[in-house]
Design a protein around this ligand. Structure first.
Ligand code: SAM
Length: 278
């Protein structure tokens, strides 16, 4: 009889505020509500003998629940996704949340459009490790963008950590030239369009974006991700997205899983495409 309420709990609280675990001979469901953590436990694992009792969480359970929240990136991603669906977070935040599942400390990642450096910084935090193996290769065609990225890194990380970023003033269609021999690339990020607060006439364009994406599909390691944010609201943006889509449609399903996130009733909102290489 009490299976239904339990199932409802599972559906409704599958978020950072919810956890389901097995405790000796019972199921323990805990979730936080207005700051307090509540636990519901069944008296038995046998569905015929299910009965539910509620109590406040012990100090140890509160601490475990908080640790789970901090250590499980999946829960954070789910939260970001729900925030995106409810109009409270942007496509870039969804992208960053997904990157965390792909990128590990010590990996090499490419930011193909550095701009003001927010994506470079996010990637650096994911690859950075004590042995200093992790690396972010950042590209942009504007010196002002690389300066802006460099200054953001100066403000945000220590000089030793900053050395794990290599910046290149060049077109991303030549990204293959900057990848050190033998390095496998885990993630390649494209944030297309123009530099915010910069020269709006310098934007990514379909021809070179197409070439860069082709290179990206070749140099990406298996298990890696190409992340593309396309802005369709500025002149040329829609055409560029169509070129990106044309390339995506040629990728074989045996190797690639390609997804798209888009706010359907806002035709000018950015589109997020995630290309996972199996
Ligand atoms: C929307 S901004 C990138 C935002 C950035 N990722 C951030 O976190 O702030 C797009 C950038 O792409 C750069 N860009 C344009 N054409 C490029 C090309 N062919 N190769 C590399 N970068 C290019 C622009 O100069 C601009 O800085």
């Amino acid at each position: 009889m009490l299976q239904k309420p339990l199932a409802r709990c599972v559906c409704a609280w599958n978020s950072p505020h919810f956890s389901l675990s097995r405790e000796r001979n019972a199921l323990l469901v805990s979730f936080s509500l207005s700051g307090a953590i509540l636990c519901f436990s069944t008296k038995s694992l046998n569905p015929k003998k299910l009965s539910l009792s509620a109590r406040r969480a012990t100090t140890r359970e509160v601490s475990t629940a908080n640790q789970d929240k901090e250590t499980s990136p999946l829960l954070g991603t789910m939260d970001t996704l729900v925030r995106y669906i409810t109009g409270k977070s942007r496509a870039t935040e969804v992208a960053h949340a997904v990157w965390q599942h792909i990128v590990q400390r010590g990996d090499t990642a490419i930011d193909a459009t550095c701009g003001n450096g927010f994506d470079t910084l996010a990637l650096l935090k994911m690859v950075s490790d004590e042995s200093r193996n992790g690396c972010v290769l950042g590209l942009d065609v504007q010196q002002s963008a690389l300066d802006s990225t460099s200054s953001l890194l100066n403000q945000s990380v220590d000089p030793i950590q900053k050395e794990q970023v290599k910046l290149f003033l060049m077109c991303h269609s030549r990204m293959q030239d900057v990848v050190p021999k033998g390095k496998s690339i885990r993630l390649i990020a494209f944030n297309l369009g123009y530099l915010p607060r910069g020269d709006k006439t310098v934007t990514t364009v379909p021809e070179t974006t197409f070439q860069a994406l082709q290179s990206a599909t070749e140099i990406l390691d298996s298990g890696g991700l190409i992340s593309i944010i396309a802005y369709v609201g500025h002149p040329g943006g829609r055409e560029e997205w169509e070129a990106v889509q044309a390339l995506i449609s040629t990728l074989p399903t045996c190797t690639w899983v390609c997804s798209k996130f888009e706010v359907l009733n806002r035709p000018k909102s950015p589109i997020l495409a995630l290309l996972f290489k199996k």
